[in-house]
Design a protein around this ligand. Structure first.
Ligand code: AMP
Ligand code: MG
Length: 425
């Protein structure tokens, strides 16, 4: 058994960033920039009005003063107007400032009569003008390599006239759940059987990371079908196998992988829940025309018809294999601690960690075990409280939680202490 830190280090040393690609900004949400981007334009690009109103010269204005409206400046076309004392120019939000004007009076603060206005307020120089470059200067960095493209980042790129971006590669994933006792949701459950929920969990987590789920399969605990399913799955960049990695007679995954020629780099990590976690890799052969036909057939077997089957199997290279323990909470914890950072690295991200926030702990907690313990709980109004049963099958408690508190070996915290928690929602 190796420590959680060693496992994470080994995984991150092993996986590589995928080649970058060019994408329309409309498809780039949650991708990671593959290069730095700099402002081509200052923001705003020219001095303009922040209000619908009148452009004026501030020191020729006073409360009760009458001004002659000489012209109109709409947004979208610079009429290159000029203003003299005693004059006002009708102006609209976003319209370029007329030359000589140094303030805007809101239309709510004037009384208009024909070609004249009376000012009903005090006017200060600079008021309601958005100055050129006050938000952003030309040449300033707007997006750093490895940073995630969020909605506002995409809007910023669009505002710079940029319509496509170079981002990190897309990770294609296959999910393989194992277990004789498992039944697909929607089907009839016989005594002793349970519904298969890890595929749904892993699919959702993969989508959250921005990975494409190309194949979802379920397989019984039977060596032959397991080997065939692994072979189909390993045509992707990553293969996530749920269950069958523990030490029972029905836990066949490790041996099946070895028999197929995979390197098993990690098996068993000092993490609770999640100890039987496995990480390995398998060299992929260059797909021959025949094997692409086979992979098309296998994709048509996909468990979920909604899955994306755009044929984007990994080109020849390496498939990284993550064997997650079958208990749902163990699968969840090991996905977030080991699989997520690996996927993010492959996608070109810089920050691989879950977001952390300080929180006041609601109860005393001690870890007397020999593994780092991830306590599931709820972070609410700055306070973290453990939720539900802290056992690896307890999916309901997990569903009510939004954060982890990691207790290292021998670590204790007292109620009211400020601790850092990892959040996933
Ligand atoms: P395993 O890791 O295969 O020994 O499974 C450990 C526990 O997790 C057993 O109680 C399984 O029934 C349960 N389990 C395994 N796979 C799944 C799954 N895909 N969905 C729900 N429960 C599972
Ligand atoms: Mg099993």
């Amino acid at each position: 058994m190796i420590s959680e830190e060693e496992a994470r280090k080994k995984i991150l040393e092993t996986v590589r960033s995928l080649p970058s690609r060019r994408l329309s900004i409309s498809r780039a949400l949650d991708c990671f920039a593959a290069e730095d981007y700099f402002a081509r334009l200052p923001q705003p690009a020219f001095d303009n009005s922040a209000m619908d109103g009148y452009a004026v010269i501030a020191n020729s204005c006073a409360r009760g003063k009458r001004l002659r409206v000489t012209a109109e400046q709409p947004a979208g076309r610079d009429k290159q107007l000029r203003i003299s004392p005693g004059e006002a120019i009708r102006i609209f939000t976003g319209a370029p400032m007329p030359q000589g004007a140094d303030a805007i009076v809101m239309q709510e603060d004037v009384t208009r009569g024909g070609d004249e206005i009376v000012i009903n307020t005090d006017v200060k120089g600079g008021e309601f003008i958005r100055r050129r470059a006050c938000d952003l200067s030309e040449g300033q960095r707007i997006l750093a390599k490895g940073e995630r493209l969020r909605a506002a980042t995409i809007a910023l790129l669009a505002s710079q006239g940029i319509d496509d971006v170079t981002v990190g590669g897309e990770v294609n994933a296959a999910i393989l759940s194992t277990g004789d006792e498992l039944v697909k949701p929607g089907e009839k459950l016989d005594p002793g059987q349970i519904y298969e929920s890890n595929s749904a969990l892993l699919r959702a987590l993969l989508h959250r990371c921005g990975a494409a789920v190309n194949l979802v399969e379920h397989c019984r605990d039977e060596r032959g079908s397991l080997s065939k399913a692994i072979k189909r799955g390993m045509k992707n960049h990553i293969l996530i196998i749920s269950g069958g990695v523990s030490v029972g007679e029905h836990d066949l995954v490790k041996d099946a992988l070895r028999e197929l020629g995979a390197e098993v780099d990690i098996w068993r990590v000092a993490i609770k829940p999640g100890k039987p976690f496995l990480f390995g890799r398998m060299q992929q052969s260059k797909p021959s025309p025949q094997s692409s036909q086979r992979s098309a057939r296998s994709r048509s077997r996909e468990a979920d018809t909604k899955a994306r089957s755009k044929g984007a199997v990994a080109s020849s290279g390496c498939c990284f294999i993550f064997g997650l323990p079958g208990n749902p909470v163990s699968a969840f914890v090991t996905f977030l601690q080991f699989v997520r950072p690996a996927i993010l690295k492959m996608m070109g991200a810089i920050n691989l960690d879950l977001p952390q926030l300080p929180a006041r702990l609601a109860v005393d907690l001690t870890n007397q075990g020999d593994r780092a313990h991830y306590i599931r709980g709820k972070l609410e109004h700055g306070k973290f409280s453990p939720v539900g049963r802290q056992e690896s099958h307890a999916l309901f408690g997990l569903s009510q939680s939004n954060a982890f508190l990691r207790l290292g070996l021998g670590q204790s915290f007292r109620a009211d202490e400020i601790v850092d928690v990892q959040i996933w929602d």
